[in-house]
Design a binder for this molecule. Sequence first.
Ligand code: ZN
Length: 428
Amino acid sequence: MKTFMPTLTSREELAEVQLKGLQWTVNHAYHGSAVYKEKLDRAHVKPDEIRSLDDLNRLPFTSAKDLADGYPFPLLSVPMSEVVRLHASSGTTGKRKVLCYTRKDIDDWAHFFARCYEMAELTPEDRVQICVGYGVWTAGVGFQRGCENFGALAVPAGPGNLEMQMEFLMDFQSTVICCTASMGLLLAEEVERRGVRNKLALRKMIYGSERSSEAMRIRIRNLLGLSDMYDIPGMTELYGPGTGLECRCHDGMHYWADYFILEILDPDTLEPVPDGEIGEMVVTTLRKEAVPLIRYRTRDLTSLKPEPCSCGNILPRHDRILGRSDDMFIIRAVNVYPGQIDSVLSGTVGIGSEYQVLLDRREGKDFMVVRVERALDAAAADDSETAARLRGALQQKVLVTPEVEIVPYSSLPRSERKTKRVFDNRPE
Ligand code: ZN
């Protein structure tokens, strides 16, 4: 079977590929885009001065602001005649981001997306029901082109429409489903309600684009009787989905480091965090033609997993996305990300998923209160024991000892959009 993995045998070889790609990118961006030329001139970097990967930290950052400023075709580094497609983000946080692609960009994306299916150990016999958005977004067409390139059967179902999804699952005997975790849960519950699990051939799920709790994943897996589930990362700025995938070891996501360099930086100081610690993902592309990214600040938080993976693949790994750097707060000199609290809560028995974090200052000292709902099936009599367990877990994982308040189920506000969870009442 054809492989889409790089033929690299060591991290040294990977570093050589990265250096060549970095040199190409800086040169290409400098000569192709007036915006990049000005940025690099201001940073006093000439393209031929990039001699090692350490020179990366001499390069200026780019950000969402650069994309907004250049709307509708920001950071374009090729003539418009070489652009064959554009995609746009949903614009949930401000102006829609529009990204252009050359034919090579599209082919590169389809190549490394096929790698995702390979990592999930699919075969050309697999039938892949793609239940994500088609249109100007990167999702549908990304999953689709990758699947066709890999050689499995693509069923372009699109999102929603449970009735049709069920029909396709049964009639086409889809073996793999690609969707968001919440869509996966809806489908799983529908399969359960109709009692049709034994009429399905579904074995695997590739899910992404939102945070999902461990409990949710276990429920989906059990209801659908899946053999495996794989988290997939991706963002419009960096081609789209498919820039990496969880392997069968489920200890982080391998990412395609022969297509981009990933730095994890402290969002305040913009210096690298120690290996394995949480910071902001900053990406530099190595082959992207239409819109190369040089040290693009994604605002997404994660950490690297520096040790080799037991699956044997040498491509490096990052952890799940833990939220956005804009949500970070500092208490008693510790950087805290709501995603860290999320992950501790989802691993604690007896509490629900809704919570609030309240920050306060009393007699010159900072305090953090975590207010969390009791689980639907938990008893109030167990509150003090649950609170003590949660306090211990937070102390260990977040390095701050909070006060924990347990409130009745369903007493905290819910919203369909992003729920406000952190309330900072400390004086400036
Ligand atoms: Zn692995």
